[in-house]
Structures are given as C-alpha cells and as structure tokens.
Design a protein around this ligand. Structure first.
Ligand code: ATP
Ligand code: MG
Length: 415
C-alpha cells in the first residue's frame, strides 16, 4: 500500500481568478518520485477556523499533510496557528529562530517590527526547516504517525526547502521501498484509442500506477511501481510495460521521458549518416525550429525552406507553376514537388515537405481547412500522405509538424 499525502494550499488570493496554486504541482512531482501518491488537494482562504477544520479532517485520512503559504508575519497568516490548534499544541518562541530572524533583518539593514517575531514561533515539538531565501522558516512535525509540513508560499522559497529538506525527511519515514518508473512516448494514435488499446492491460494493476498524459499528437504513458526490491519492481514494470509496448509497437518513439521526437529523429539520421532538409508551408518553420532545438543538429539537418506563397514554392523549390495552377498549392503533386525540390536544392538524403490549410479561412471543397499533405522524398521514391485534422489553427500546425517528424522516423526505421 503506497503512502498517501494531502496538500493544503493556504491563501485567499488562491481563491481569486488571478492566482493559481502551482506549488502543489511541484510538490506532487517530488512526492511521486519517492513513491508517495497525492490523494487530495485543497485550497483554503486565510481563515483560521476553516483551515483548522481542514487539517483535522486531513489527519483522519492522510499520512502526510503538506501546507503551503500563510507563514508570513501578519495577522492574516494563519497557518502556524491553525496547525497548532488542530493538533492541540502551543506555539512557542524558538530562541534559535529568533536569532536567525534578527540576524536576517540586520543583514538587510532594516528594523524588525514586533509582529515579525511570529515567524520565530514553532509548533511545540516541531523541527524548523531553514529558509535560505526568506524570513519564514518551514516546520516539520510528526504526530501520531502523521507527518505535517508547513512551507512558505513564494515558489522560490518553497522549492529549495522542499527539495533539500522536506523530501529527504519524508523519505526517511517511508518503509525501505524501491520506486521505479517506466515511460513510453507515443505518437500516431489519439488519446481515446490509446486508452481503449492499453486499458485492458493496466487496469488490472494498482502497482504500478499508470498515468496517461496527452498533448496534441504526443502522448505518454507512465508506469510507477514500488516494491521491496529492485528485482520485484523491475519485474512489475516488465509485466505491465512489455504488453503495452507490444500493443503500441512502432507508435512508441522512445522510452526516455525527456527525449522529444525531434531528438529521436536526429539520432536515427546520425546513426545512418543521413541528412534532412525541410520545405514548409503551413507549419511556417515549426519543423525546422524543432529540429534545431537539438544541440548538434547541424550534423544531420541541412536547412529548411519556408515557402509560404505560391511564387516562392516555384522560385525556391522549383515547383512548376502549372502544377500549382492545376492542382492548387495544397495537393499531393505539389507536396511531392516541394519535397523533391528541397532535396535537389540541399543535397540532403531525405527531404520533407508540408502544405495544408491551417485555417480558420481558406480550404476547398475537396481539401477543407485542416487538410495537410506531407511528403518525404528519398533517393528512390517520394511518398505523400494526406491528413485531415479538426479545427484550430495552432493545433493543426502542431499536429502537422509532429506528423511530419514522425514520417521521417518511420521512414528511417523501415530503411
Ligand atoms: P510571506 O512571508 O511572503 O507572506 P507566506 O508563506 O505567508 O509568505 P503567502 O503570503 O501565502 O505565503 O504567499 C506569498 C506569495 O507566494 C503569494 O502572493 C503568491 O504569489 C505565492 N504563493 C502562495 N501560495 C502559492 C501556491 N500555492 N502556488 C503558487 N504561488 C503561491
Ligand atoms: Mg503571507
């Protein structure tokens, strides 16, 4: 059974449309890494009574409770008081914290107001978590096998305290468990189709925990397993991960969660000593941008042509004018001619082209908005594929770039 945590973000401003609680996302990420699942999150205004109630109920159900914010010196910073009240302990002035606080004010050459002393009060039995970037120390206390942590609200103060102080403390409390993750990055399938395909495998297991994340044209599946030994955890990840990998086949472009598609394409090109050029219309350079995000891409990416108008397609890529007149610029023959033109001009092993209607206006009856032709030219052949995506200019462009990069990947794997 995994240890479960609850996060309580404190602050009336977090209940307005102007501020969102981002701290809990950072905290969740770090907790997950050590195998702690976040079971609940709450946002409570600066109200002592409501906050105490919320802490009391959290204590009934969660082993770890993390409160963020409300550690300032003013009357509306109520977190210390609320926690003390909820667990029936006093707040006591801590001499060491007082010294640290006074030294800090001296350092910035400002007089310390009496109310600032509130920040030197610790809940009886709590350990102070040093705050190198601010005046409010955090606090950590274990009561009846429940761990409670208080962290300040400003993210730049909170984050180092979380990483350097709180996570190591929580890790010590956990049974000696091993946690490991396995990830798949996937393209060429929609989110619901992906889930239909793999849910029969992963829903049978609560360990590993499986999560599916989705961005346009880019999905990822993460498995996180815990167990008593490395062997046990590896076995679990294989037991669930291998059938998922099998079902997805070549739709999985990497198992490295930090490796984007353009990096995979780059590696494949480099391994084969091959080069690539791009001719882009509706993606306006997005593909070239992504390829050149990768350091060292000049080893395999020769260049990209953004030929947005018809005359440019002719002038730069040598697409015959008649071809455009007969078929329009968004057509299979023009996509092919663009790719072939880019390949000829650059001397690249492979050339990619994209031409389509990103909208919102434009399009024809045969090729409405969302229609995109993608071509890849190699030494022997030119392949053209037609897609029709739903509306949304930015989404269509993103999907078109992703599809084009994946076409290179699939071509390279097959070669
Ligand atoms: P301070 O001593 O600065 O008052 P504090 O611990 O009392 O710190 P808050 O007053 O609650 O913290 O928040 C200070 C600022 O930190 C907020 O104005 C906000 O910008 C940011 N902040 C607070 N909570 C969060 C949160 N959960 N996510 C992101 N930012 C937050
Ligand atoms: Mg405050």
């Amino acid at each position: 059974m995994a240890t479960s945590a609850e996060i309580i973000a404190v602050g009336t401003e977090l209940l307005t449309p102007r501020r969102v609680d981002t701290n809990s996302l950072t905290i969740t990420e770090h907790l997950n890494e050590i195998g702690i699942e976040v079971a609940e999150k709450h946002v409570i205004g600066d109200e002592r009574a409501r906050l105490s109630d919320s802490i009391r109920s959290a204590l009934q159900r969660s082993e770890i409770i993390i409160l963020i914010g409300g550690l300032g010196p003013t009357e509306d910073d109520v977190t210390r008081d609320a926690v003390a009240a909820a667990i029936g302990r006093n707040l006591v002035l801590d001499e060491q914290q007082e010294r640290i606080l006074r030294a800090r004010f001296q350092q910035i050459n400002r007089p310390m107001a009496a109310i600032n002393l509130r920040q030197a009060h610790l809940i009886e039995g709590a350990e102070a978590i040093p705050n190198p970037h601010g005046t409010a120390p955090g606090q950590f206390i274990v009561v009846d096998r429940r761990a409670i942590a208080l962290l300040p609200g400003p993210p730049r103060e909170m984050k180092p305290m979380l990483e350097n102080e709180l996570i190591p403390r929580l890790r010590k409390l956990l049974p000696g468990e091993i946690i490991k993750t396995r990830s798949f990055r996937i393209t060429g399938i929609g989110e619901s189709d992906l889930d239909t395909l793999i849910a029969p495998v992963y829903t049978k297991y609560t360990n590993p925990v499986t999560t599916v994340l989705s961005a346009p044209g880019d999905l990822s599946v993460h498995l996180r397993a815990h167990g008593a030994s490395e062997e046990e955890v590896d076995a679990l990840l294989r037991e669930v991960g291998d059938p998922i990998r099998e079902l997805l086949g070549q739709k999985v472009y990497t198992e490295d969660p930090g490796e984007p598609l353009e990096a995979v394409v780059g590696k494949l090109l480099k391994d084969r000593g091959a080069t690539l050029a791009t001719a882009e219309s509706c993606t306006g350079g997005l593909i070239a941008y992504r390829l050149t995000e990768i350091a060292g891409s000049s080893d395999y990416f020769i260049g990209g042509y953004v030929t947005y108008t018809e005359p440019e397609k002719h002038a730069v890529l040598g697409v015959p004018r008649e071809l455009i007149q007969i078929h329009t610029a968004v057509s299979e023959p023009v996509a092919a001619a663009m790719a072939e033109g880019a390949r000829r001009r650059s001397g690249a092993t492979y050339a990619l082209s994209v031409t389509g209607y990103a909208g919102p206006s434009g399009g024809t009856e045969a090729n409405p908005v969302g229609t995109v032709y993608t071509a890849i030219a190699t030494a022997d052949t030119t392949r053209v594929l037609r897609n029709r995506w739903g509306l949304g200019r930015s989404r269509i462009r993103t999907l078109a770039a992703q599809f084009a990069l994946d076409l290179v990947r699939r071509t390279l794997i097959a070669s």
